[in-house]
Design a protein around this ligand. Sequence first.
Ligand SMILES: C[S@@+](CC[C@H](N)C(=O)[O-])C[C@H]1O[C@@H](n2cnc3c(N)ncnc32)[C@H](O)[C@@H]1O
Length: 249
Amino acid sequence: MSTATKISYRESHQYAAKGAEYERYYETQAWDRFLWSREQEILLGILEKYFSDRDVHLLDFACGTGRVTSFLEDRVKTSTGIDVSGSMLAIARKKLKRTQIIEADITVENILKPRKFNLITAFRFFLNAEPELRSLAIGELVELLAKDGYLVFNNHHSSGSPWIKLLYARHLRKNPQGIFNVMSIEQMEELAESVGLQIVEMYPVGFFHPPKVPVSYRLNRAIDNVACRFKSLNRLSESPIAVCRRRKK
Ligand SMILES: C[S@@+](CC[C@H](N)C(=O)[O-])C[C@H]1O[C@@H](n2cnc3c(N)ncnc32)[C@H](O)[C@@H]1O
């Protein structure tokens, strides 16, 4: 039996160069830039659909370099970003103008209590967080969610996507000791339900991502535009976004 201690996802972005590496990734990877463009339009749609008649108090959990926070900060009344990585936050600090940036781990001590936020975002976090961290984090986030608030989170390796299935099979064949996390739509639902939330809307993102074949941005947009019209195709998308609120009693 191995005695090696498993490293928590909390540690994964802590090294000094990580923030700059993460930024570069979004500058150079066409697929991720495409996903980000879709995520931006979906975030705008969420603001319009759920918040058009009220002020937004945003908490961007695991905000990292401030990718999502910087897109939202000028569109909300108050903006708070929290992360455990000083290296990621160093980049966020350069970008963010109106956001309170906090370096802390609410899963160890929830220093944000008793504040409430009516929009909590958590992007690219739950998929890679180990099960214990996943449930601690969502448990603390729900404590911070206003009664009529929404938690918006994504899953950037949805197991329903044909390309993720392919990559996962290759991973099992070639490097089963390594890490390649996948998450299903059902696991997203279970995660929300575990703290009394329900997913009220699921936005599919990213349908056509054949590994190693470059696909143009325009073609990807066209495919997403068409595929999004068919609900039955939702679970084939690679990076769905869930909008959750408290379950009605
Ligand atoms: C892949 S990055 C995502 C950053 C940003 N949300 C985005 O979508 O660009 C994951 C982030 O989760 C952070 N993280 C890991 N454990 C955390 C915890 N317990 N509390 C807050 N942030 C955490 C990492 O430091 C890292 O910055």
